[in-house]
Design a protein around this ligand. Structure first.
Ligand code: PLP
Length: 836
């Protein structure tokens, strides 16, 4: 495969060096035309807008290519320290508008398209979302690599090129139906295959001691079923700085010998099956958010990513430094996005010891100084554990290494706390029980020099709850990095009108330094500015309605209603159910004529449920049934409407957050690690109704309590109340809740489907309800009343809206990444070489 090399070691400079491509409208339109007619081979009979989009995308991509290589040249020349961001998910969304914005060629492109009689929006709309992630964790990875490029940090993303991304959600009779997302169907112009960098990943087989007398004690892993990992690179442009970093996604492929071997044995069908097994690894993204399901293929994906990425880094190291690893830890850092890629800890040990001949202690010192772990969840059911049995069969050598890491680690614990047997059992990387399991989070902590949570409260809860024992042992390892979002995609690109108004008021430096948004504060007192601000919000609400009408079919909603929005994965801890109970309460108020000083509102829901998560899917059905009842009731008369937007995704959020008035962030306190949807809404001028959970706490601190609608138990109160929780008493004591439960329990929303909501009703009434939905209902209703009253005072709302955007500066991933870099990665920014 691609083994023929140049006779001299490199291609000639005459081949590889070229003058910079023009950035003016003339050059751009000529290139669009050339790509359409030559690269893509289309003509006047071409009816599909896809090819016009592709021609435009290729034209933009050409401009990235030259900056991309100049960035790599600069890093290479500097021989700089680098960080690798390992993540099973990158929820990228679309690439075109972001690339145009970051290159700063929006205007000439617009002009070029005018010359060609094309409409940008129509073309941009034909791009598929790259939905290689479930939700917040995957989107965070995408925002992170954007900020790394903007800060000119030598950071490379490593992930998997799933053939099928996050499923497409349809709603049929109120139920979620999943459809496969074959996002690569029409090709993907933003990726560059690099088959010459293919690596080999081992699975299965057995281990034995080497009979090589020069390497006593050396273990070999043999009789393996190997799989090839083929890299596909995606360019990651920084904001107008000439930098283009790399996201490298691995695709799995069968090896040749494995096909031939089986074929020679005469079993043709078996050989094809084996090929499928190899190619299946990168076939599909697991659609489980914040919960794991122990499937063998998932562990295969994790090891595939870890091994391929580490081998790739080591290949570059060997090319530059040979077998001298003395400076490896100074020059390399791996950030693990949750426990998913944690097997990298054991894999780096294996590669250093088995392949490169280092001693255990040397290899451990390197591993322990290069790995850093980010935790994303406090939910115990989401903490990954893998059966030892599965490891032994799939990754026997890795299991041996994990056992040895554990033995040495427990030795350390025993020396520090002699005789404390309980502590050893609690901290062991291996959980005993009817089936032994590997605790991946513990492996990550033991193998890393840094462990971070993703919001202040979350990091605190980790230290004093989930990872208490480890914090006692290594307090210096623990730190916080509050999440963020990239202001390029989540303000400049998705809300161009508001971005324009902001720049008119305070200049345009905010795009690369979001703290400057604070300069907007005085404008909250400027009546003319407020009017323009709210006029833009209103137009964004109209755009949101257009989007909804395209996706959902036409239903009339008035943009003057309060748009009250909860979009995020459907999960019990996020409490969409609490929101539905409030909606039913509003319905009940209208029905009984309690409509004095009513604030008309449209409650929007959106989000996917994991296909196997029965309760979450039932909540979707409840939302849709409640929506059906309310929207079909003439008495509601514009006072209340409810919509479930199917197929929530990045591209949907880009239209939803600019058109939102009220952002619902109502998780049970102590359960949402950070949240980032909350930040997108705030940055676009929505007000938050929320609990003291995750980054909500920091959002409220930044914007001030008077500009935030707070309610609910604190994390401490939730814990204290466990054991003595009596939802029956809460319901009895609250007339509103009693009536809501009465409606639900009478079957009012499921007249022709008896009993379907019983599990939901039972969960609310259960003293063991971990989400304490009933407990927070009264406070929630009160906060909703305050929000409704505030919305009726248009001036006051406009002020608060402006102040929310003005206070959102902290929530840029530029700040988050600067902190990662200052405290964990310690990289030096390296500017790209200039384009000729
Ligand atoms: C931001 C985002 C999320 C995360 O939302 P939370 O409210 O923080 O859970 C999930 N999915 C998509 C598509 C997003 O853009």
């Amino acid at each position: 495969m691609l083994t023929r090399k140049f006779k001299t070691s490199n291609p000639t400079a005459l081949l590889t060096e070229m003058p910079g491509l023009g950035m003016g409208a003339k050059n751009l339109s000529a290139d669009i035309r050339r790509h359409f007619n030559c690269t893509l081979g289309r003509d006047r009979d071409c009816r599909s807008v896809h090819y016009a989009y592709s021609a435009l995308a290729l034209t933009v991509r050409d401009r990235l290519m030259e900056r991309w290589r100049n960035t790599e040249y600069a890093y290479d020349q500097a021989d700089c320290r680098r960080t690798y961001y390992l993540s099973l998910e990158f929820l990228l969304g679309r690439a075109l508008s972001n690339a145009m914005l970051n290159l700063g060629i929006e205007e000439p492109i617009q002009q070029a398209l005018n010359e060609l009689g094309l409409e940008l929006e129509e073309l941009a709309d034909s791009e598929f979302d790259a939905g290689l992630g479930n939700g917040g964790l995957g989107r965070l990875a995408a925002c992170f690599i954007d900020s790394c490029a903007t800060l000119q940090l030598p950071v490379m993303g490593y992930g998997i090129r799933y053939e099928y991304g996050m499923f497409r959600q349809m709603i049929v009779n109120g139920y979620q139906v999943e459809e496969p997302d074959h996002w690569l169907r029409n090709g993907h112009v933003w990726e560059q295959e690099r088959p010459e960098l293919t690596v080999r990943v081992k699975f299965g087989g057995r281990t034995e001691f080497s009979n090589d007398v020069s390497r006593p004690g050396q273990v070999v892993w043999l009789d393996t079923d190997d799989v090839l990992a083929v890299p596909f690179d995606i360019p990651v442009p920084g904001y107008r700085n000439g930098t283009v970093n790399t996201l490298r996604l691995w695709k799995s492929a069968a090896t040749d010998e494995f096909k031939l071997g089986e074929f020679n044995a005469g079993d043709y069908a078996e050989s094809v099956r084996a090929k499928n097994l190899a190619e299946n690894i990168s076939m599909v993204l697991y659609p489980n958010d914040a919960s794991e399901n122990g499937k063998e293929l998932r562990l295969r994906q994790q090891y595939f990513l870890a091994s391929a990425s580490l081998q790739d880094v080591l290949r570059r190291w060997l090319a530059d430094h040979g077998e001298d690893f003395s400076e490896f830890a100074e020059k390399n850092c791996f950030q693990l996005n949750d426990t998913h890629p944690t097997i990298a800890v054991a894999e780096l040990m294996r590669l250093l010891i088995d392949v490169h001949g280092l001693a255990w202690n040397e290899a451990w010192a390197i591993t322990n100084r290069t790995m850093a772990y980010t935790n994303h969840t406090l939910l115990p059911e989401a903490l990954e554990k893998w059966p030892v049995r599965l490891f032994r069969q799939m990754l026997p050598r890795l299991l041996e290494i994990i056992f040895e890491i554990n033995a040495r680690f427990l030795g350390e614990v025993a020396a520090r706390w002699p005789g404390d047997i309980d502590r050893l059992a609690r901290m062991s990387l291996i959980e005993e029980g009817h089936e032994q399991q590997v605790r991946m989070a513990y492996l990550a902590i033991v193998g890393s020099f840094s462990v971070n949570g993703v919001a202040a409260l979350h990091s605190d809860l980790l230290k004093h709850g989930l990872f208490k024992d480890f914090h006692e042992l290594w307090p210096e390892r623990f730190n916080n990095k509050t999440n963020g979002i990239t202001p390029r995609r989540w303000l400049a690109a998705c809300n161009p009108e508001l971005a324009g108004l902001i720049s008119e008021a305070i200049g345009d430096k905010w795009t690369a330094d979001l703290t400057r948004l604070a300069e907007l504060r005085p404008f909250a007192e400027d009546a003319a500015f407020r009017e323009r601000w709210m006029a833009i919000k209103r137009r964004n609400k109209e755009k949101l309605l257009d989007f909804k009408n395209r996706e959902l079919g036409l239903t009339l909603v008035n943009p003057d209603l309060m748009f009250d929005v909860q979009v995020k994965r459907i999960h019990e801890y996020k409490r969409q159910l609490l929101n539905v109970l409030h909606v039913i309460h509003l319905f009940d108020r209208i029905k009984r004529g309690d409509v004095q000083d009513w604030t008309p509102r449209c409650v929007l829901f959106g989000g996917k449920a994991a296909p196997g998560y029965v309760m979450a899917k039932r909540i979707i059905k409840l939302i849709n049934n409640v929506a059906g009842t309310i929207n079909g009731d003439p008495e509601m008369n514009d006072r209340l409407s409810v919509l479930f937007l199917p197929n929530y995704r990045v591209t949907a959020m880009e239209v939803i957050c600019p058109g939102t008035d009220l952002s619902e962030q109502i998780s049970t306190a102590g359960k949402e690690a950070s949240g980032t949807g909350n930040m997108k809404f705030m940055m676009n001028g929505a007000l938050t109704i929320g609990t003291l959970d995750g980054a909500n706490i920091e959002i409220r601190e930044e914007v001030g309590a008077e500009n935030f609608f707070l309610f609910g138990l604190t994390a401490e109160e939730v814990e204290r109340r466990r054991g003595g929780y009596d939802p029956g008493a809460v319901i009895e004591a609250n007339e509103d809740l009693k009536r809501v439960m009465g409606l639900l329990e009478s079957g009012f929303f499921n007249r022709f489907e008896p009993g379907i909501f019983d599990p939901i009703i039972e969960s609310i009434r259960s003293p063991h309800d971990p989400w304490m939905t009933a407990a927070d209902f009264p406070g929630y209703v009160e906060a909703q009343r305050a929000a409704a009253a505030a919305f009726r005072d248009k001036d006051r709302w406009a002020r608060m809206s402006i102040l929310n955007t003005a206070a959102s500066g902290k929530f840029s991933t530029d700040r988050t990444i600067a902190e990662y870099n200052r405290e964990i990665w310690k990289l030096t920014p390296i500017p790209a070489l200039p384009v000729k």
